[in-house]
Design a protein around this ligand. Structure first.
Ligand SMILES: Cc1ncc(C[n+]2csc(CCOP(=O)(O)OP(=O)(O)O)c2C)c(N)n1
Ligand SMILES: [Mg+2]
Length: 800
């Protein structure tokens, strides 16, 4: 018999005998019925919560919102996981991919008592149930999906695809934790979910916890069948086996049989998990294990109405949301609802006061073993501060400004290595990246720890290790999802990525930003470590990759998020990068974006100057300025390449106009440009005016799309005088300086811009335009002929 068949347990093959006694079977079924009853009640009712009188239209909500179809399956699993937690004293979390099954998790956390403990007004009685029903999908009540408000969830379940990757992120470095994770069969069609199965190649059975994937094969999505439900079952099991799992199948629709079989299958799977962990932890087994996973095949909308208006509903896509509405128009629908809810026998489930009957309530685990109360699902409770070594020890010495080139990210890599070492004992810091850790030149972080790898290793490989703490996989989705799961369960991390490709996770970042925003107003959710990005391999230096790798738009994307969640830094050199990184690694509840180049580049600030520059976020660089408080022009810059071009333009300006008074301003914290009313980092108008003046031209060279600077500053006094140069989607495979020329952010252009905008230099403009054309022509010819930048550009150095 094949392993697949051996693991398949089919409703028709097994009777109702064992492992549950008749009493246990009755009680677990009652528990499930209670959860289903409370789920339907949340979707439909605002009054008469225990059906103590005949249902009337007044009891029904005016707007029927929610998702029924997935919920009975989720509730079924919850009841059985509770049994396992109690029998085996397990430390378990529950992540549901079909997060639209929110009413099920609310119902279960209510039944186990977590909900009332966190929200005391939702009492364990008739009034409490009424409030529980009313608040669901009600204006200013609770969302219909699992969300930060939901006890036990680390998962904003509205956007499908991230459940499994979150589950693995939670399990890493939590050897005692088991994360049960439901994957919707529709959700399984998404890109992120499809790749997430591979997370099992990164899970160490000794030092990490276990993930139990449960593929919820209810057959349908919103309006269509699912792919996985319509391929031969063997093919599906082969697929899972191909991903490296040992698939178990549980199929049926008869509740009594299903409870017996579920008890048996879950026991078998948890025996497997224990055996795998024991083999690795006690017997030194080093082979990558085949972890169990469950294919749970039950009808969508199980136990709900079978037919509505003559059409089949249970076990079809019609069960997805609210199986029937039009209660006001169609009197038989009211009856249908009452019959459906009474089929769960509420009078057997709740006592005369509406409290869940004690003999059923005791099926739930106790205290922190309840899945709604597992502290890992409120990671801030467990968060230990990250130990960050003194970043000054990693500083670049500045003998002469701009004299020596350094790869800034390489310096950061040394700091990250220090962080990794300092927290080795706590095992609470990981670095993720899509195969770019070395390419982004932070590779020093790998030294000593290695890169997580539990698959085959060949002699040619370097630094792969089952205990590695740097995680590389060519999936930005997995990097993002693992890190989110890791942070949400109370640990720290860092994500380095090519600038252009971070867009792949735009949508995931949206969801994480929403989570952080909402948790700000939930007192019981404790702050978690920030999500830190380093974007390198930047738009300006894609010498061999070209246009496909040129896109600085992630900054624009993040800027749409709530001001109290997002921070964006563009350090112009290594010392500022160190100071920014130190700040980000220690911070809480933010999304920190650091944009920094990896190519050898001039260094400007001593470490003390860097710290004070980072503290204000924007400052005039006195050493590069000669304005004596009254500039002709402000030359502003943000980003490493724009900073270099600006300083080169300042030298050209002085050559051409010896008495020109220039103020050089560098912006490292983009948010400082916004008004104070919009962002906590925003400069006051007085501070802004003191730096940018109220009436002098400002030539602003920006790393990203230029209109972003206008968006940030449009309310500032001197906005009409602000002229921004940045990336305007002119890219190709060309020399570094030619990229600047193509986008008009080069030193010649900035010089021309400055002279053209200073009123007293009007007589110089024509000659400067002529000069500009000559320089550009010279540059173009040289580049075309020699394939490299002019020597004076390549060898340029800052001179005081
Ligand atoms: C990324 C994403 N795309 C589309 C949707 C809209 N949507 C909500 S539920 C759903 C169907 C989900 O089907 P499945 O995963 O099988 O869940 P279940 O059957 O358990 O409800 C879709 C397409 C979404 N929430 N997220
Ligand atoms: Mg489905």
């Amino acid at each position: 018999m094949s392993e697949a068949v051996a693991n398949a347990i089919n409703a028709t093959e097994v009777g109702t005998t064992g492992p549950l006694t008749a009493e246990e079977l009755h009680r677990i079924d009652a528990y499930w019925r209670a959860a289903n009853y409370l789920s339907v009640g949340q979707i439909y009712l605002k009054d008469n919560p225990l059906l103590e009188r005949p249902l009337t239209l007044e009891d029904v909500k005016p707007r029927l919102l929610g998702h029924w179809g997935t919920t009975p399956g989720l509730n079924f699993i919850y009841a059985h996981l509770n049994r396992l937690i109690r029998c085996r004293d397990l430390n378990m979390m529950y992540i549901i991919g079909p997060g639209h099954g929110g009413p099920g998790i609310v119902a279960n956390t209510y039944l186990e008592g977590s909900y009332s403990e966190i929200y005391p007004h939702i009492e364990q009685n008739r009034d409490g149930i009424k409030r529980l029903f009313r608040q669901f999908s009600w204006p200013y009540g609770i969302p219909s999906h699992v969300a930060p408000e939901t006890p036990g969830s680390i998962h904003e379940g509205g956007e499908l695809g991230y459940a499994l990757v979150h589950a693995f992120g939670a399990a890493f470095d939590n050897p005692d934790l088991i994360v049960a994770c439901v994957v919707g069969d529709g959700e399984a069609e998404t890109g992120p979910l499809a790749t997430s199965w591979h997370s099992n190649k990164f899970l160490n059975p000794t030092t990490d916890g276990a993930v139990l994937p449960i593929l919820h094969l209810n057959g349908y999505k919103i309006a269509n069948p699912t792919i996985l439900a319509r391929i031969p079952h063997e093919e599906l099991e082969d697929l899972m086996r191909g991903y490296g799992y040992e698939p178990f199948t549980l199929e049926g629709d008869d509740p009594a049989r299903m409870h017996q079989m579920a008890a048996r299958v879950f026991d078998a799977m948890f025996d497997r998990i224990s055996a795998i962990q024991k083999a690795a932890r006690k017997e030194g087994e080093t082979q990558r294990p085949r972890w169990p996973m469950l294919i749970l095949k039950t009808p969508k909308g199980w136990t709900g109405p079978k037919f509505v208006d003559g059409k089949p509903v249970e076990n079809t896509w019609r069960a997805h949301q609210v199986p029937f509405s039009e209660l006001r128009e169609k009197p038989d629908h009211l009856r249908l609802l009452e019959d459906w809810m009474r089929s769960y026998k509420p009078e057997e489930l709740f006592d005369a006061h509406g409290a869940f009957r004690a003999e059923l309530a005791e099926l739930a685990p106790k205290g922190r073993r309840r899945m709604g109360m597992n502290p890992h699902a409120n990671g801030g409770l467990l968060l230990k501060p990250l130990r960050v070594p003194n970043f000054r020890d990693f500083a670049v010495k500045i003998e002469k400004r701009g004299a020596e080139d350094v790869e800034s990210t390489r310096v950061l890599g040394r700091l990250l290595h220090g962080v990794m070492e300092a927290n080795r004992e706590h095992r609470n810091f990981r670095v993720v990246g899509p195969d770019e850790t070395a390419s982004n030149r932070i590779g020093d972080v790998i030294t000593g720890t290695g890169k997580t790898w539990l698959s085959e290793v060949l002699p040619v490989d370097e630094n792969l290790s089952p205990t590695g703490r740097v995680m590389e996989v060519l999936s930005e989705h997995m990097c993002q999802g693992w890190l989110e799961g890791y942070l949400l369960t109370g640990r720290h991390g860092f994500f380095s990525c090519y600038e252009a490709f971070i867009h792949i996770v735009d949508s995931m970042v949206n969801q994480h930003a929403k989570w952080l925003k909402v948790t700000r107003n939930i007192p019981w959710r404790k702050p978690i470590a920030s999500l830190n990005y380093l974007l390198s391999s930047l738009v300006w230096r894609q010498d061999h990759n070209g246009f496909s790798h040129q896109d600085p738009g992630f900054i624009d994307h993040l800027l749409n998020k709530k001001a109290d969640v997002v921070r964006i830094y563009l350090p112009p050199d290594a010392n500022t990068l160190l100071s920014v990184a130190d700040h980000c690694l220690r911070s809480r509840n933010y999304i920190n974006l650091i944009v920094a180049g990896k190519q050898p580049a001039p260094q400007w600030l001593t470490i003390d100057e860097a710290i004070s520059h980072c503290t204000t976020g924007v400052s005039a660089w006195q050493w590069a300025s000669n304005d004596q408080g009254d500039p002709d022009v402000v030359m502003a810059c943000c980003g490493d390449v724009p900073t270099m071009e600006t300083l080169a333009a300042v030298m050209l300006l002085r050559e051409r106009i010896p008495d020109i008074r220039v103020r050089v301003v560098n912006v490292i914290d983009l948010m400082a440009l916004q008004p104070q009313s919009e962002h906590p980092h925003g400069l006051s108008d007085e501070e802004f005016d003191a730096i940018f003046t109220v009436d002098k031209p400002v030539i602003f060279a920006f790393h990203g799309y230029p209109w972003l600077i206008h968006r940030l500053t449009y309310r500032r006094h001197n906005h009409d005088n602000l002229h921004v140069r940045g990336y305007k989607e002119e890219g190709t495979t060309t020399t570094p300086f030619d990229m600047c020329v193509l986008n008009n952010i080069d030193r010649f252009q900035l010089t021309l811009d400055a002279i053209a905008r200073v009123p007293r230099l009007v007589s110089q403009v024509e000659a400067t335009q002529q000069w500009y054309s000559e320089q550009i022509q010279r540059h173009k010819l040289y580049v075309a002929e020699n394939g490299d930048d002019l020597p004076e550009i390549r060898n340029w150095r800052w001179q005081q």
